[in-house]
Ligand binder design. Structure first.
Ligand SMILES: Cc1cc2nc3c(=O)[nH]c(=O)nc-3n(C[C@H](O)[C@H](O)[C@H](O)COP(=O)(O)O)c2cc1C
Length: 201
């Protein structure tokens, strides 16, 4: 199994999502000794935002009238190819301002690309990513899952589904900012869910 593991927290040792995603990878390795992990740390090394040249190149269908257009897709080529080559996707996503972190959004904008991960047809957009499952581990300071304040899970389900990843499981650690005890309890509960999930992957 080839796993693409995205960490999207700007934090290092204090990151809840980094700890939880590492727990899942460790548990998965026990069941899949052949596991290959491609680790993309977008939290510490964010992809660039898309640009005018990027948009021009992405919709030019390889017909570049400006040489700067080809270079504009360099990061997108690398990141989208990496996504297409994996069997499974693990996203560790801190909630920032009710949604994903800006670095994860930058990664999404690089990989959601016409004629690469989706295509436009006369019937509308068609996903091009096939046969992958995804796990999203989130951490939130408050309690928000299923409330009107949660733009993170609905957004990620929508955008992953748009490119063809519909088998998506979410594990949330919530209330982590209330107290050290609440944080520890939330991490213990989420870790238990992740370890159990690793048995069925
Ligand atoms: C800039 C910023 C914005 C945040 N926005 C929210 C929010 O909208 N809702 C919430 O419940 N928690 C929010 N939090 C708390 C984080 O979701 C929480 O600290 C979580 O553990 C972050 O994941 P990490 O520990 O992996 O970085 C925010 C934290 C930061 C630093």
């Amino acid at each position: 199994m080839k796993l693409l593991h995205i960490d999207a927290s700007p934090r290092t040792v204090r990151s809840v999502t980094r700890k939880l995603s590492a727990t899942f990878v460790g548990a998965l390795r026990l069941n899949h000794p052949e596991l290959q992990v491609i680790h993309r740390d977008v939290g510490h090394n964010p992809p660039p935002f898309i640009s005018d040249a990027w948009i021009g190149a992405a919709f030019a269908k390889g017909d570049f009238n400006d040489p700067s257009m080809k270079g504009a897709l360099h990061h997108s080529d690398e990141l989208a190819t990496e996504l297409l080559a994996c069997d499974a996707l693990l996203i560790a996503s801190p909630m920032h301002n009710f949604n994903v972190s800006a670095s994860l959004k930058a990664w999404i904008d690089q990989v959601v690309r016409t004629d690469m991960t989706f295509k436009i047809t006369e019937e509308g957009p068609v996903p091009l990513v096939k046969g992958k499952k995804a796990l999203v581990v989130t951490s939130r300071g408050g309690y928000v899952a299923g409330t009107a304040y949660d733009f993170q899970e609905p957004y990620l389900r929508t955008i992953l589904g748009f490119i063809g990843i519909t088998d998506v499981t979410f594990v949330h650690a919530e209330g982590v900012n209330s107290s050290d005890k609440d944080r520890d309890d939330a991490m213990t509960a989420a870790s238990a869910k992740l370890i159990a999930l690793a048995d069925t992957w």
